[in-house]
Design a protein around this ligand. Structure first.
Ligand code: CMC
Length: 427
């Protein structure tokens, strides 16, 4: 619905360009800029910081006030009352399930937890020390070659089956990445366990000895998946949408999302947090690193601090901080060297003028990294776990796009290269 008009006057042009201003249910209004094209203008917006490339009904973020809603429900309420699979259902379908539907959904996901054994051959091709994200990106892309029976993206049933397969198989694949890395046999899923328990079982169990699963840690794991489930049009989700806009199959789109997530400015930050704590090494070095983070000429940044959208606090970090304290106390790790550095760093950054003025608060990755480290998950697995939780968000956005009219994504540019010139004459 068009609410208001905007008028853009450009020096040298006789007529202003009329634009529509549209309102959503919440958040900033958007200016529809399509008429700029017929007037021979593009918009310039590096990093897409002011661009809304789509309409969406899935997730809403108010960065200034630290609000995150999934289908209207605040993340704090979902974290307190829901669980990961119920939140998956909500993101995919738009409403919370009733008890019967919830059980049915959990059973559907259980039915899909195993992966085709041929996928083990893909893993065998990776070096023993391949990064889990490299393997995950590869094997999720490879899944495109397994499900020819349900790859018609115009069929809503096919899209739903694919969504279920991806949600169910991601923990299995992520755990296989870990097992390959450490050289242990792959563990089959145990469908008597919950989603998070099953993941811990496949990560830490071996065919010789099935590790008992600590319920506090399983709950923390479920919360980590839940808090990462979706985050509207972030870099990886936008990548999934862009890849999907060409009509590419969903497994390859999710593989593209995994690639985009890997970077340290996005999902790779949870691994980077622990690496940074290791690099700092001792509480006595903190001041030096804080000084470096503030130095414009030094590329060092405090990993796990700051966010493109949250300029007040990250509501996921608030929830995660509480669980972080619970996990550390359950495991008796309050005195762990790295965790002590993390706590001091958090305190300094929350009080230091530089971080306060620039609104650089600890983000979700700061605390999730600490929790996963405490649980005993190796750092190189952290981003693969983020990817596992985020898969439902990616596939929900992909499904939303494909279910509605869409065009291939095709940004433009401000060209600053050479003007046309002639190829030099041959000597
Ligand atoms: N440490 C030190 N200074 C920082 C940091 C940091 N972590 N983050 C931003 N700044 C400074 C930056 O130097 C700049 O200063 P100035 O205005 O003087 O040039 C200012 O704050 C604004 O930074 P920006 O890079 O323009 O902000 P952005 O919105 O483009 O970047 C960010 C956001 C998350 C990439 C960035 O804060 C960062 O690199 N943080 C560390 C990595 C991290 O923790 N990433 C995880 C994000 S949460 C998980 C997710 O959603 O993926």
């Amino acid at each position: 619905m068009t609410d208001r008009k905007a008028s853009l006057s450009i020096e040298g042009n006789e007529q202003p360009i009329e634009l529509n201003v549209r309102s959503g249910t919440l958040g900033q209004d958007v200016i529809e800029i399509a008429p700029l094209l017929s007037n021979n203008y593009f918009t310039f917006d590096p990093g897409f910081a002011t661009t809304a490339p789509c309409e969406s009904e899935i997730t809403y973020i108010d960065g200034a006030n630290g609000v995150l809603l999934h289908r209207g429900y605040p993340i704090e309420q979902l974290a307190a009352n829901s669980d990961y699979l119920e939140t998956c259902y909500l993101l995919l379908n738009g409403e919370l399930p009733d008890d019967k539907t919830k059980t049915e959904f959990e059973n559907i996901i259980r039915m899909h937890t195993m992966v085709n054994r041929s996928l083990e051959n893909f893993f065998s091709g990776f070096r023993h020390d391949a990064h889990p994200m490299a393997m995950l990106c590869g094997v999720v892309g490879a899944m495109s070659s397994f499900y020819h029976d349900s790859m018609d993206i115009t069929d809503p049933t096919h899209r739903l089956i694919t969504a279920h397969r991806l949600i169910a198989k991601m923990p299995t694949l992520a755990a296989m990445c870990h097992k390959h890395y450490v050289g242990q046999p792959y563990m089959y899923p145990d469908n008597s366990l919950s989603y998070a328990e099953n993941f811990l079982h496949m990560m830490f169990g071996t065919p010789c000895e099935d590790k008992e699963i600590n319920p506090v840690l399983a709950k923390a794991m479920d919360l980590i998946f839940l808090l990462h489930a979706d985050h509207e049009q972030n870099a990886s989700t936008s990548t999934v949408r862009l890849a999907g806009s060409s009509g590419a199959n969903p497994f390859s789109c999710i593989a593209a999302g995994i690639a985009a997530l890997w970077g340290p400015a996005h999902g790779g930050a949870n691994q980077a947090v622990i690496e940074m704590l290791e690099q700092i090494g001792d509480e006595k070095n903190i001041d030096e690193y804080v000084k470096r983070a503030k130095d414009k000429d030094d590329p060092f940044r405090l990993m796990g601090f700051g966010h493109r959208v949250y300029k007040n606090f990250d509501p996921r970090a608030k929830v995660m901080k509480k669980t972080c304290d619970e996990v550390l106390s359950e495991l008796g790790l309050e005195d762990d060297r790295l965790l002590k550095i993390a706590k001091r760093l958090e305190k300094i950054a929350l009080e230091d003028d530089y971080f306060v003025e620039k609104k650089l608060y600890p983000n979700v990755d700061f605390y999730s990294g600490i929790i996963m480290k405490a649980i005993g998950i190796p750092t190189e697995m952290f981003t693969a776990i983020f990817a596992t939780g985020r898969t439902v968000g990616w596939i929900s956005h992909w499904n939303e796009m494909i279910s509605n009219p869409y065009r291939i994504g095709r940004p433009r540019q401000l060209y600053k290269g050479h003007k046309q010139r002639d190829y030099p004459a041959k000597k």
